[in-house]
Design a protein around this ligand. Structure first.
Ligand code: ARG
Length: 468
C-alpha cells in the first residue's frame, strides 16, 4: 500500500502538495515503468551506493542503511525472479522500487531519497546502462572482426573483381575486400570505447539541479559504482544526454557499416554475381516460388540500419529545444536507446555467425576479375614503365579496348602485333600480364598484393589481440 496523506490527497510519493489523484490518462501518459523497469539493477546499485555514502557521512543511521541495503537486495531478487509487481500509477522504476521499500521498511526507506533527486538518479542509472552497453557492443564488434580476419585467411587465394561505380575495375583479393570491413569495424570499436569513457562520469550529487545541502561524498559514490570521475556542473549533470547521443552515433555508423557489408553479401549471392552461396541456415524460402533462396538475414541487417539511424535523429531532436536543466522530455531518451542497443547487438551476432558459413566460387571470381578489360590499367602501367607518359599510355590502351569491343575480342585474344598497332613500345613481355601479375604488382602498403594482404591480415589480428 502506498502512503496516503492524512488529508486524503494524492497517493503519490511526491503527493504532499496535491489535493487529489492525477487523471488516469495522465498516469498512463506520464509513466515510463513499462520500459524503464529495464534499469532496475542500475537503479538498485545506485541507491545502495547512495545509502552507503549517506551512512558513512553520518546523514542517516547505519541501521537504516542496513535495512535499505537488505530491502533493495530483496527487491532485486524479486524482480530477477519475475515476482515483483510494477505499478503504472507509481510512474517509473525509481518510484516503484522506493515505494515498495517504504512499504516494507518504513522510515528507513523514507530516508533513502535524502540528498538525491530522481533527476540525478535517472542520469546515473542511464549512464551505468550505457557504459555496459558500450562494453557489450565493442565486445561483439571484436568477435565480428575476428570472424572477418579468419574468413580472409580461409579465402586467402580467392579473387574477385574490385568495383568502382559498381563497374568492374581491377582484380582484388576477396580477403582485401573483407579486411576493408574489418577496418571500418575497428573504427567503430574505438567509437564505443570513447563513448564509454564519456558516459563513465557520476552525476549523482547534482540533486534536482543545483547540488544538495548535505555533506555528501561524491568521490566515494563514484568509486562504488566504478565511475572514472564526477560531473563538475550540477545543471549539466542532470540535463546532459550527450552520452546517449554518443552511443547512438557510434551505433548508427556501425549499423551503416553492417548494412554495406550486408549489401555486398546480397549482391555476391545473387545469380547475377554468383561469387558466393549462402548456407541454408542463413537463408529463407519463398511461400510461392519453390526455387527461391533469399538472403533475408542480410536484408534485415541492411534494413535495421534505418531504425538505428532514426533513433540517433530522435535523440538529437529530443534535446535540441530543452532549456536547462532537467525536463521530462528526457524520459523519451530510453526507448530509442534500448531499441538501438538491442538492434545493434542482435545484428552483430547474426552477421558474425553468418559470414563464415558462406562459400565462395573461386573459379567464377577469377573469370569475373579479368573480364571487361579489368587488366587495362596494368597494360597502361606497362607502357608507362617503358617510359611512355601515362596519359599517352592511357589513350593507347583505351583505343585497344575500343577495338576489342568492336571486334568482340578480349585482351587475352590479342597478339603482340595487335598491341604494337596500338603503341610501338609494346614488347613480347606484355603477353605475361595476367591476373596473378596484376595482383602481385600492387605491392604497396595497403595494396591488394597477396603478401601485403597477408601482412595486413596478421596486423589486424595482432591489433585485435591487444584489445580488451
Ligand atoms: N522517469 C523519469 C525519466 O526518465 C525520471 C526522472 C523524473 N524526474 C522528474 N523531475 N519528474 O526522466
Amino acid at each position: 500500500m502506498t502512503q496516503t496523506s492524512s488529508d486524503g490527497g494524492s497517493s503519490k510519493l511526491w503527493g504532499g502538495r496535491f489535493s487529489g489523484e492525477t487523471d488516469a490518462l495522465v498516469d498512463q501518459f506520464n509513466a515510463s515503468i513499462d520500459f524503464d523497469r529495464r534499469l532496475y539493477r542500475e537503479d538498485i546499485a545506485g541507491s545502495i551506493a547512495h545509502a552507503t555514502m549517506l551512512a558513512r557521512q553520518g546523514v542517516i543511521p547505519e541501521a537504516d542503511r542496513d535495512a535499505i541495503v537488505a530491502g533493495l537486495q530483496q527487491i532485486e531478487a524479486e524482480i530477477d525472479a519475475g515476482a515483483f509487481v510494477f505499478r503504472l500509477d507509481r510512474e517509473d522504476i525509481h518510484l516503484n522500487i522506493e515505494a515498495v521499500l517504504i512499504e516494507r521498511i518504513g522510515d528507513a526507506g523514507r530516508r533513502l531519497h535524502t540528498g538525491r533527486s530522481r533527476n540525478d538518479q535517472v542520469a546515473t542509472d542511464t549512464r551505468l546502462f550505457v557504459r555496459a552497453a558500450c562494453d557489450e557492443t565493442a565486445g561483439l564488434l571484436r568477435l565480428l572482426r575476428r570472424a572477418l580476419i579468419d574468413l580472409a585467411e580461409r579465402e586467402a587465394g580467392t579473387v574477385i573483381p574490385g568495383y568502382t561505380h559498381l563497374q568492374r575495375a581491377q582484380p582484388i583479393l576477396l580477403a582485401h575486400h573483407l579486411l576493408a570491413y574489418e577496418a571500418m569495424f575497428t573504427r567503430d570499436t574505438e567509437r564505443f570505447v570513447q563513448a564509454r569513457a564519456r558516459a563513465n562520469v557520476l552525476p549523482l550529487g547534482a540533486g534536482a539541479l543545483a547540488g544538495v545541502t548535505y555533506p555528501i561524498d561524491r568521490e566515494f559514490v563514484a568509486k562504488q559504482l566504478g565511475f572514472e570521475a564526477i560531473s563538475t556542473n550540477s545543471l549539466d549533470a542532470v540535463s546532459d544526454r550527450d552520452f546517449i547521443v554518443d552511443y547512438h552515433s557510434a551505433a548508427a555508423l556501425t549499423a551503416v557499416h553492417l548494412s554495406r557489408l550486408a549489401e555486398e553479401v546480397i549482391l555476391w549471392t545473387s545469380a547475377e554475381f554468383g561469387f558466393a552461396r549462402m548456407d541454408d541456415r542463413y537463408s529463407t524460402g519463398s511461400s510461392i516460388m519453390p526455387q527461391k533462396k533469399n538472403p533475408d538475414v542480410a536484408e534485415l541487417a541492411r534494413g535495421k540500419s534505418a531504425r538505428v539511424i532514426g533513433n540517433l535523429v530522435q535523440a538529437l531532436t529530443m534535446l535540441k529545444g530543452q532549456p536547462l536543466a532537467y525536463n521530462k522530455d528526457n524520459q523519451e531518451d530510453k526507448e530509442s536507446l534500448f531499441d538501438s542497443v538491442d538492434t545493434i547487438l542482435i545484428t552483430l551476432r547474426v552477421v558474425t555467425a553468418m559470414m563464415p558459413t558462406m562459400t565462395f566460387d573461386a573459379a567464377r571470381g577469377r573469370t569475373a576479375a579479368i573480364a571487361n578489360f579489368a587488366l587495362a590499367t596494368d597494360v597502361a602501367d606497362y607502357l608507362a614503365k617503358k617510359g611512355v607518359p601515362f596519359r599517352e599510355a592511357h589513350e593507347a590502351v583505351g583505343s585497344l579496348v575500343a577495338r576489342c569491343e568492336r571486334e568482340g575480342r578480349t585482351f587475352e585474344d590479342l597478339t603482340l602485333e595487335d598491341y604494337r598497332q596500338a603503341h610501338a613500345a609494346f614488347d613480347a613481355d606484355v603477353l605475361a600480364i595476367d591476373l596473378e601479375a596484376s595482383l602481385a604488382a600492387r605491392d604497396v602498403p595497403g595494396g591488394t598484393a597477396p603478401n601485403r594482404v597477408a601482412e595486413a591480415r596478421e596486423a589486424a589480428r595482432a591489433r585485435l589481440a591487444t584489445e580488451a
